[in-house]
Design a protein. Structure first.
Length: 79
């Protein structure tokens, strides 16, 4: 079973920044915006790296990446 739930009794870390990705889906004409909350107090270097990749339009970025796995409410994986 690939279903994962988040325990509502556990407090999540504070979201310190947000990033967004505009994603194209085959069934929609316009891209849809995915907003991602980032936990900079817990993982500052990871947040810094993710923001650099998501804000970049050069060869090293998420621009044009294809998502091959989506776990609703938990994670996405691209490659």
């Amino acid at each position: 079973d690939d279903t994962t739930t988040i325990d509502p009794s556990i407090d999540l870390p504070k979201i310190t920044q947000r990033a967004y990705l505009d994603i194209k889906f085959p069934k929609y004409k316009e891209p849809k915006r995915l907003v991602i909350g980032l936990f900079g107090d817990v993982m500052p270097k990871t947040v810094e790296n993710f923001l650099a990749l998501s804000n970049s339009s050069n060869d090293v970025s998420y621009n044009g990446a294809t998502f091959y796995r989506v776990l609703s409410g938990m994670s996405i994986q691209d490659g």
